[in-house]
Unconditional design. Structure first.
Length: 144
């Protein structure tokens, strides 16, 4: 019969998997002859870090100022850690992956915990105009 032993540092950090869905409303129309072609880039940062890491990019939705992005992001939500998210919205003008080649429409930062608490979080985008539109983040718990 094996006795239970304690290993320092071997504890399990409480977490759950969540799925993040993103949409935007009333984005800036940065194109002249059509509407903006928005894409959202999602970045994460751990609380103690000052470095942003790109989590991923949504698809581009052509000619749409109120996009409901299809791509979803699966995240581990750690209950006892502050996980910061940054959303940047761009009007895509070419096939280039370089974000500086596209028009910046706005950004928003929040913690993953804020979205978890609200279930659905809507915030104004900070962008080149006073009213740059808004972004909506919605979380769905994933049952594993």
């Amino acid at each position: 019969m094996q006795a239970n032993t304690f290993s320092a540092g071997a504890s399990v950090v409480p977490s759950s998997k969540v799925e993040l869905t993103i949409s935007c409303r009333n984005l800036i129309d940065a194109d002249i002859f059509s509407k903006s072609d928005p894409m959202c880039v999602v970045f994460t940062k751990q609380f103690a870090s000052d470095r942003w890491r790109e989590l991923g990019r949504t698809e581009t939705i052509w000619d749409n100022l109120n996009p409901d992005f299809v791509k979803k992001f699966e995240l581990d939500y750690y209950f006892e850690e502050k996980q910061i998210l940054k959303f940047e919205i761009y009007d895509i003008d070419s096939q280039s992956a370089d974000l500086s080649k596209h028009d910046f429409l706005g950004t928003m930062e929040c913690s993953l915990g804020e979205i978890v608490s609200a279930g659905r979080l809507k915030r104004a985008l900070k962008g080149p105009k006073a009213n740059s539109g808004s972004i909506v983040g919605k979380l769905t718990p994933l049952l594993l």
